[in-house]
Design a binder for this molecule. Structure first.
Ligand code: FAD
Length: 428
């Protein structure tokens, strides 16, 4: 069957560092820990486990960074979907502050690893601008900036004219800058994470889809499509938006939504200097948020939601091309050279979920579309948990698997919500 999500046409696949040396699992092995999924979560877990002296084996169905980790916008944005005050209201002061600190540290986790392992990953760290598309959005970002500012974070609220200048678009009424954010080449980062994990002692098997997990006499056996198995004391499952039937009803706990992106040809110098001239990355306050940035070669990238179904042709990205024309009229005639998409996992409460449905099986799911930093930091936390056995080191509590009610109808529901927001969410 044709792959509905080929990695090839993406800008990142065309410009990334070479993939790490890996091979499929063809001979059955016995080990301590198996990690399923070769995205940021799985690779960061493996790297941090290996740093602690474990010898994890990663099983990836396709290739390193095949999922969201090789397809994303490369915006490294700290924080979770909730603001610090909301987290405290939801979880109480102690856990709320802990979750806030976790979210606040996620960008540092990425840039810290890039630096520590001298990764070959083009990056900028000049801050993330969240543009406000309405006065209500501006109030929201003012509150957000105030809460992070109180915690010592370098933030700045932007009025309409400053937002216009720094974004290069007149479509925003203001915004805020979070100085912790930045941008990376996301597929290079996934591949370099894999290389770092291998150098530290992890083994990575690509083209090795896990097809079943079973527990027997206290050990776990993961069977792969080739028939070879990996038997281990522990399994960590990190398949996020690409989760299918490996564990009963797990896929029913998320909505696997598509995010779509385009990249133009490199912009002429004058245009390049007028859009995000100070090297920020940006997303906005829309419910179906738009995210945009320049890459290191001066291409404009624009991303947002697309159809819920798999894409059929360039017309499925046409809305993003129209949006580029509206936000940046002078870019209208610059050709689009890349169109691609990938899946993110959305949970009912818009928070990442950690489950341990049986001793020795740890599951991380639900990146909410902001996982570059979060899944890197989550991998570090999961490795810490495995090494210490202390669940308090995890940012969110271990919770039971709770399928979404009427999950089978989610495609209809999400399509309706997308259509509604397209009409009512800021008119682009
Ligand atoms: C288009 C797009 C734009 C985005 N933009 C941003 C952004 O700018 N900033 C940001 O922070 N986040 C962004 N995200 C979200 C971010 O990419 C994800 O949150 C993050 O990559 C999730 O990492 P992960 O390791 O949890 O999952 P993934 O990277 O999705 O990895 C899951 C892996 O599991 C593998 N797998 C699945 N089933 C099996 C199996 N049975 N056996 C073995 N392997 C299996 C898959 O092949 C895949 O490689 C974006 C996502 C998309 C799709």
């Amino acid at each position: 069957m044709a792959d509905p999500f080929p990695l090839e046409p993406s800008l990142w696949a065309a410009t990334a560092v070479a993939p790490p040396q890996t091979s499929p699992l063809v001979t059955s092995v016995s080990t301590e820990i198996v990690v399923i999924g070769g995205g940021y979560a799985g690779l960061s877990t493996a790297l941090h486990l290996a740093e602690r002296g474990f010898k994890p084996i990663v099983l990836e169905a396709r290739e390193v960074g095949f999922g969201g980790s090789g397809r994303n916008g490369g915006q490294v944005i700290p924080g979770l979907k909730y603001d610090p005050d909301e987290l405290i209201a939801k979880f109480g002061r102690e856990r709320g502050e802990r979750l806030t600190a976790f979210g606040g540290g996620t960008a540092d986790a990425v840039f810290g690893l890039i630096d520590k392992y001298a990764m070959d990953v083009p990056y900028v760290r000049n801050g993330w601008i969240q543009g406000a598309h309405t006065p209500e959005g501006l109030e929201q970002v003012r509150r957000r900036a105030e809460q992070w500012g109180r915690r010592g974070v370098q933030v700045r609220v932007l009025d309409e004219s400053e937002a216009g200048r720094l974004l290069g678009s007149r479509r925003y009424v203001g915004g805020w800058i979070d100085g912790r954010g930045g941008g990376i080449q996301p597929l290079s980062y996934a591949r370099e994470l894999a290389r770092a994990a291998q150098a530290a002692g992890a083994t990575i098997h690509t083209q090795s889809p896990a097809i079943s997990i079973a527990q027997n006499s206290g050990r776990w056996t993961v069977r792969t499509a080739s028939g070879a198995t990996a038997t281990a004391d522990r399994v960590v499952l990190c398949t996020n938006g690409y989760t299918r039937g490996l564990w009963p009803r797990l896929h029913e706990t998320i909505i696997p939504a598509n995010s779509f992106q385009i990249a133009t040809a490199p912009l002429p110098e004058d245009l390049r200097r007028s859009i995000l001239p100070e090297g920020h990355v940006s997303s906005d306050t829309r419910k179906l948020l738009l995210y945009f940035r320049l890459d290191h070669t001066g291409r404009l990238l624009m991303g947002g939601r697309g159809p819920f179904r798999e894409p059929k042709g360039p017309e499925d990205w046409a809305h993003l091309e129209r949006i580029v024309g509206k936000l940046f009229p002078k870019v209208k005639d610059v050709p689009v050279e890349f169109r691609w998409c990938g899946r993110v996992a959305i949970t009912r409460d818009f928070l990442p979920h950690l489950h341990e449905p049986a001793p020795g099986l740890l599951i991380d799911i639900g990146c909410q579309g902001r996982g570059v930093g979060m899944q890197t930091a989550m991998g570090q936390a999961m490795a810490n948990y495995i090494a210490t056995g202390d669940a308090e080191v995890l940012p969110v509590p271990l919770s039971p698997i709770r399928p979404l009610p009427l999950h089978a109808l989610h495609k209809l529901y999400v399509s309706a919500v997308i259509a509604w927001y397209r009409l009512n969410d800021g008119g682009l």
